[in-house]
Design a binder for this molecule. Structure first.
Ligand SMILES: C[S@@+](CC[C@H](N)C(=O)[O-])C[C@H]1O[C@@H](n2cnc3c(N)ncnc32)[C@H](O)[C@@H]1O
Length: 244
């Protein structure tokens, strides 16, 4: 793996967690609660929270009675998540492109636009194929991604966000394939510049990726309250897929 890939550096910083501080446990509880009512996974099911960050969805899934593995590339996030270790809730440093050896899950969750980070289309396929091989037959794969159509249409090119004394200057652009978010700020006299570079994958792209790699799509939703997906209006694109 390229150690300098943007997703390996930016998400591993405290600044990422500060900027997205409002994406918290209470948001996770509400969304995961809605999802689990819909999915009706039996108690004790083995679930993987793939790209779990500090584990807000993992902890919620565990509190609902599932055996949870949270996996993320960021060592710092996994260290923070491990502070919440409990029986039936584990966290590991792991690259989503790879299979976790000798593990099988009833469901895999990939939440909050934790996909589309890689340079090559084959790497997206690799993620889907790895998930497929870790799922039991008929296991579920839940992807929560931005609604790229709406993001592109409503793109705010510049904004300033202040959090705990840090003024983040953010510019966003769509370059025809990716949403590029440049994040600049100063802290203690030092200047920082990070880039988020996420592929603007649309519903049809996910359909193709999933169907070509052994999944059937059961449902799509458009927000954390699980209203139907509407390409013009929805903030999120949430897909529930089943391993064929
Ligand atoms: C937008 S954050 C979402 C985190 C978490 N799902 C949440 O909602 O709080 C994306 C996460 O993907 C992780 N990530 C990035 N590239 C990864 C990779 N190749 N394998 C595993 N995790 C990765 C980052 O470290 C980060 O925690």
């Amino acid at each position: 793996m390229d150690e300098k890939a943007w997703f390996a550096s930016w998400f591993d910083t405290d600044y990422y967690h500060l900027l997205y501080k409002n994406r918290d446990l209470s948001e996770a509880k509400s969304f995961v609660g809605n999802l689990c009512s819909e999915l009706k996974l039996p108690q004790g099911s083995k679930v993987l929270d793939l790209a779990c960050g500090k584990g807000r969805h993992s902890r919620t899934l565990h509190s609902l009675g599932y055996q949870v593995t949270g996996a993320d590339l960021s060592q710092n996030s996994i260290d923070a998540a491990q502070a919440c270790w409990e029986d039936g809730l584990e966290f590991i440093v792991h690259d989503m492109r790879d299979v976790i050896p000798n593990r099988t899950f009833d469901a895999v969750f990939n939440i909050f636009t934790s996909f589309g980070y890689f340079d090559h289309a084959e790497e997206n396929e690799k993620v889907i194929q790895s998930v497929h091989s870790m799922l039991r037959e008929n296991g579920l794969f839940i992807i929560d991604f931005m609604n790229a159509d709406k993001v592109i249409r409503t793109l705010e090119s510049h904004m300033e966000i202040s959090k705990e004394g840090i003024d983040f200057q953010i510019t966003k652009e769509y370059n025809g394939t990716h949403i590029l978010k440049q994040i600049r700020f100063e802290d203690e006299g030092n200047s920082f510049h990070y880039t988020e570079r996420v592929q603007a994958l649309k519903e049809e792209d996910f359909r193709t990726l999933l169907i070509n790699n052994g999944f059937e799509i059961l449902r799509t939703f458009g927000d954390f309250d699980l209203h139907p997906f509407d390409v013009m209006e929805s903030d999120r694109l949430i897909l529930i897929a089943k391993k064929r």
